[in-house]
Write a protein that binds this ligand. Structure first.
Ligand SMILES: CC(C)(COP(=O)(O)OP(=O)(O)OC[C@H]1O[C@@H](n2cnc3c(N)ncnc32)[C@H](O)[C@@H]1OP(=O)(O)O)[C@@H](O)C(=O)NCCC(=O)NCCS
Length: 239
């Protein structure tokens, strides 16, 4: 798979300059590492309502890491940052000229992306996929279905997950979430192709306003980042 080669530098201790106009920072977070709890009362209420202990622990760790990371860019106490949630669930900072960010978590790991422009990030780990053909038929564009069904069986699940990650990063960038329609965002999915958003609702020039990158994270994790910018350099940090 033609992936962006991303390395993750140790966490800078102090304030950080915001990424430049065509840049994003991606933070790698281990949700099992000990951390402070920086949740707001509303976030704590959400955590308290979670019945699954591991899910609760990971939500607290991811949200606390997000608050700590954002405070490195804008200053202030992590627990006092004004995080709000848009209609379809995308969290944002409720302040003028706020940095844009997005979060993904899976299997006790999280990626947090920060930039000037709206962006989305997604992470999936290699696994077998049940009902793959039905998912492809329901959620992918006909051209994508043709490519995926032509792949040998042993390559299909990986190509499917790579494509899903890319599409979901796009839908998280716009804030629509999966309900926005995975089939509307056509992406590259051949192993020898770089990640690219090819069209939105069949419109190729609309896709050129966005940059999509795919990269490996946490061993066998496949990740994708999509941002509202025609070019995007990505720098990695580990918390
Ligand atoms: C949001 C969504 C894309 C997450 O997919 P996922 O693979 O399960 O989870 P990920 O780990 O990649 O991302 C989860 C994070 O994305 C962010 N997020 C939530 N909704 C989002 C949206 N519409 N757009 C972008 N980011 C979103 C949150 O930070 C969330 O983390 P949190 O729950 O700890 O706050 C998917 O659940 C979805 O599309 N939901 C549709 C919207 C919805 O049902 N909303 C119901 C609540 S209002």
């Amino acid at each position: 798979m033609a992936l962006l080669h991303l390395t993750f530098a140790p966490c800078p201790l102090n304030r950080l300059p915001m990424p430049g106009a065509d840049e994003a920072h991606v933070w790698l977070v281990d949700l099992e590492a000990p951390c402070d709890n920086w949740l707001s009362p509303a976030e704590q209420e959400r955590a308290d309502a979670m019945r699954h202990a591991e899910k609760q622990r990971h939500f607290i760790a991811a949200r606390s890491a997000l608050r700590l990371i954002l405070s490195k860019y804008i200053g202030g106490a992590p627990e006092q940052l004004g995080l709000a949630t848009a209609a379809q669930g995308k969290p944002f900072l409720d302040m003028p000229n706020a940095p844009q960010f997005n979060v993904t978590h899976a299997r006790g790991k999280a990626l947090i992306a920060v930039a000037h422009v709206p962006l989305g990030i997604d992470l999936e780990f290699a696994r077998s996929v049940r009902n793959l053909d039905r998912l492809v038929e329901n959620y992918f564009a006909p051209e994508e279905e043709k490519i995926l069904t032509s792949l040998p069986n042993d390559q299909r699940a990986q190509a499917f997950l790579a494509a899903w990650t890319r599409k979901e990063a796009c839908l998280k960038a716009t804030g629509e979430g999966i309900a926005g329609g995975l089939h509307r965002y056509r992406v590259t999915l051949r192993a020898d192709e770089e990640a690219q958003l090819l069209s939105i609702d069949g419109n190729e020039s609309a896709a050129q306003a966005w940059t999509l990158h795919a990269f490996a994270a946490f061993g066998d994790g496949q990740a994708a980042i999509c941002a509202a910018s025609p070019s995007l350099a990505v720098q990695g940090f580990a918390l």
